[in-house]
Design a protein around this ligand. Structure first.
Ligand SMILES: O=C(O)CCC(=O)C(=O)O
Length: 290
């Protein structure tokens, strides 16, 4: 069962919620972004000169694909303001017990019938090489209604406690995934949950929590906004394709609704697998838009 909490205008990660996160490896806050804030976020896609021009696609098994926009720094558009808002950043700082910085942000866009799977993995399985401690967190924000039918996240509750698992290249996909023998062995011990979410619901996820999502075989779109943070004291010891420490300029929560910047993405430093060699190695694209 998922124990969640509902945002009602005020939100603070209490000691009890922090204990829950430490126990389960995740915390869902329903409606942390309200309808107006989510509508604001959608505008950066709706504008003709919007963020979509920075998207790229990867081919996945069974003729599926995953469309992504990824960048290093938050910037000043609506997505950056959300990533710098007190309600998101303060929650991460309480959950990680110290100052955090923005490690990268992304949109994961699984369109109806064509969105591909994400294999079982831990985010720290990908980040370990460049970061010494698992003092890292992913904030997964639903932009659409997200159910079992349209590829909601699946989690193994408490699996973060087993530490980092080896990640190995997949057979049918370019994705690297957690050692499946271990994932299967963990399933009887760590309840397998389906994180069904409404637009604006937000999942805070420990970087060692095992998670996956299936292909989107439904007629429902499933887009998500994801912001990842590293603890300042854990600044990546090897520079790489995600960001090193830059202090976050926090903004008040009201700045999300006040923001009118839907087209100026300067400062974000987008992942560009065509032009940037280091990005191409990590995210081999099949198509870059724009
Ligand atoms: O959005 C999803 O389905 C999974 C995303 C994910 O786990 C990742 O990008 O590491």
């Amino acid at each position: 069962m998922i124990e969640d909490v509902r945002f009602d205008g005020e939100f603070e990660v209490t000691d009890a919620l922090k204990n829950q996160y430490d126990r389960d490896g995740f915390l869902i806050v329903r409606n942390l972004l309200d309808k107006e804030e989510i509508a604001q976020l959608w505008k950066i896609f709706e504008e003709p000169d919007g963020i979509m021009k920075h998207s790229y696609e990867t081919s996945e098994p069974d003729d599926k694909k995953i469309l992504r926009v990824m960048y290093r720094h938050p910037g000043n558009d609506v997505s950056g303001i959300i990533s710098r808002s007190e309600k998101i950043v303060n929650a991460c700082e309480k959950l990680l017990d110290g100052e955090v910085y923005h490690y990268h942000g992304k949109f994961i866009m699984k369109n109806p019938r064509e969105g591909g799977q994400h294999v079982w993995h831990q985010d720290y399985g990908y980040w370990y090489k460049h970061n010494l401690f698992p003092d890292m967190i992913t904030v997964w924000m639903a932009m659409d209604k997200t159910t079992r039918q349209n590829s909601c996240l699946q989690l193994l509750k408490g699996s973060h406690k087993c530490g980092r698992i080896n990640h190995v290249p997949g057979d049918a996909t370019l994705q690297t995934g957690a050692d499946l023998e271990r994932v299967e062995a963990l399933k009887p011990k760590c309840p397998h949950l389906y994180a069904e979410m409404e637009p604006g619901d937000v999942l805070f996820q420990h970087c060692n929590l095992l998670h996956t999502s299936e292909p989107n075989n439904s007629d429902m779109r499933r887009w998500a906004f994801v912001a990842c943070y590293n603890k300042a004291s854990n600044d990546s010891f090897l520079p790489h394709h995600h960001a090193n420490y830059v202090p976050i300029e926090k903004v008040t929560n009201s700045a999300i609704k006040d923001c009118r910047n839907y087209t100026d993405f300067s400062g974000k430093d987008f992942t560009d697998p065509i032009k940037k060699e280091e990005d191409r190695m990590h995210f081999p694209p099949t198509e870059v838009k724009g």
